[in-house]
Design a protein around this ligand. Structure first.
Ligand code: E4P
Length: 218
């Protein structure tokens, strides 16, 4: 399963990449609005930090605007994946961009039928938002299960990119279901490595080691 980092913060991207765990980056207009840098410069800098797909989202809501923005974004770097909202005008845009060889990530997916439409339009990635479904007492991971089943049934090549992951359990479930990719905030990536027994065990090993060294004859 590929790990994408869900942030537009260059320091977080640098740090997570230094661990060798980042296969790609996802951004969205809300994440970009937190950074004090122009959108295009930011995407270009991210593409130079990470050698993998970098999702950059359009903000138009009609086909003509989304199509124009998509080309501007795709021209920034070959690794840019154009993020398009899951609305009818968006699907129309995805169909055309796919024909032109431009990669797309269809975002704001909340139902399996929406995911089916994105696959039929030829999307490279579908981004179902699990955390936001959990927030309204629905089960986000059930959506990933349904999409996996449907895509397997028809051998759709669209990759499932589990998004809006809020904690390690979302990552674990996504891996068990067979999500192709999961995108997560920096904090969640760090949480994956943490275990209290690892910290306690390491502390004990090191203190035992120090005692042995102190008892060595001079
Ligand atoms: C996905 O690409 C989105 O950027 C993201 O995962 C949304 O997460 P949130 O629901 O925590 O804002």
């Amino acid at each position: 399963m590929k790990f994408f980092i869900d942030t537009a913060n260059l320091d977080e991207i640098k740090e997570a990449s230094s661990w060798g765990l980042v296969d790609g980056v996802t951004t969205n207009p809300s994440l970009v609005s937190k950074e004090n840098i122009s959108f295009h410069d930011l995407i270009s800098q991210i593409c130079h930090l990470v050698d993998g797909p970098v999702s950059a989202e359009v903000v138009g809501t009609i086909y003509q605007d989304m199509y124009r923005e998509a080309h501007i974004l795709a021209d920034i770097h070959t690794n840019v994946v154009v993020k398009i909202p899951l609305i009818p005008e968006g699907l129309k845009t995805v169909k055309l961009l796919t024909k032109e060889g431009i990669k797309t990530n269809v975002t704001l997916c909340f139902s399996a039928t929406q995911a089916l439409l994105a696959a039929k339009a030829g999307a490279t990635y579908i981004s179902p938002f699990v955390g936001r479904l959990d927030d309204i007492s629905a089960n986000g991971m059930d959506l990933i299960r349904d999409i996996r089943l449907i895509y397997n049934n028809y051998q759709y090549q669209t990759q499932i990119l589990t998004a809006s992951a809020r904690g390690p359990l979302h990552i674990l479930e996504a891996a068990k279901i067979g999500s192709d990719v999961v995108t997560m905030p920096f904090k969640v990536m760090m949480q994956l490595a943490k275990h209290p027994l690892t910290d306690i065990g390491l502390e004990k090993f090191l203190s035992d080691w120090r005692k042995t060294q102190e008892n060595q004859p001079a």
